[in-house]
Design a protein around this ligand. Structure first.
Ligand code: GLN
Length: 244
């Protein structure tokens, strides 16, 4: 049997891992194993080198404002390669703080604004921002959330807890529209983002353990880039999944 491999980088996995976002790696590994794919896992953290061509999937998890600010200081050394990875169609899942840092700017709860990598066009303001509608300021967005992606008909479930409010920009689609819960900013009914093969979201849970449909979609994208001749869709379709 062919020796298929999925090479995973977990960006800042020791800092950015709110509610066990690492579980997303466990979910992908679970499905990969069932279709004969082995997984190489590497934690890429502060001062480590990240090279675009070394990975087939990248996880960039969430963190509270403090961990996110530590991560942001290290990012400039990796951002060119992360940009290349994304623009080349590399698969990436960014959760909460990781999602925020891929965009243009991020505003912490204390009002400090930092630049994100800027490879994607969204921006994030804080919970007191004048950009927010009256009645939406001053509170964190916490709780269970359900969204639907109208293009593929899939429904996703998760748990959100964030102060930042993200607004999507040019070239970005939402991961889904909010059925219940708050989503990107509590106002425009968008949740998460899809840009090329990047999926961003505020969902913890972790999202891929709770939403096998999305895990299989992302796994198919990642494997198809590396091994384009294999019918990954067909192989994955045989595995039952649920979203709960
Ligand atoms: N620090 C960010 C916020 O509160 C991200 C939180 C998270 O990753 N859960 O908006």
């Amino acid at each position: 049997m062919a020796d298929y491999k999925l090479r995973i980088a977990h960006l800042y996995g020791d800092l950015m891992n709110t509610y066990g976002d690492y579980g997303n790696v466990i979910a992908l590994t679970y499905y990969a194993k069932q279709i004969g794919v082995t997984v190489d896992y590497e934690l890429v953290s502060l001062h480590d080198t990240f090279k675009a061509d070394d990975y087939d999937f990248v996880l960039f998890g969430g963190g509270q404002d403090y961990e996110e600010s530590v991560t942001a200081k290290d990012l400039p050394g990796k951002s060119a390669e992360i940009k290349t990875y994304i623009e080349q169609g590399g698969s990436l899942l960014a959760v909460c703080g990781g999602f925020q840092l891929l965009g243009r700017t991020m505003e912490f709860a204390d009002g400090k604004v930092i630049n994100g990598i800027g490879v994607m066009s969204h921006h994030t303001v804080n919970l007191n921002s004048p950009e927010l509608k009256d009645g939406m300021r001053g509170k964190r967005l916490i709780g269970n959330i359900e969204i639907k992606n109208n293009e593929n008909g899939e429904t996703y479930h998760g748990f959100e807890n964030h102060q930042g409010r993200t607004f999507l920009g040019e070239g970005e689609k939402a991961l889904g529209h909010v059925i219940s819960g708050n989503g990107n900013n509590g106002d425009d009914q968008t949740e998460g983002v899809i840009y090329k093969q990047v999926y961003g979201t505020y969902f913890h849970g972790p999202i891929l353990t709770r939403n096998g449909n999305l895990a299989k979609r992302i796994l198919k994208n990642a494997l198809s880039k590396r091994y384009p001749k294999v019918d990954w869709q067909g192989k994955l379709a045989a595995i039952p999944t649920e979203s709960f």
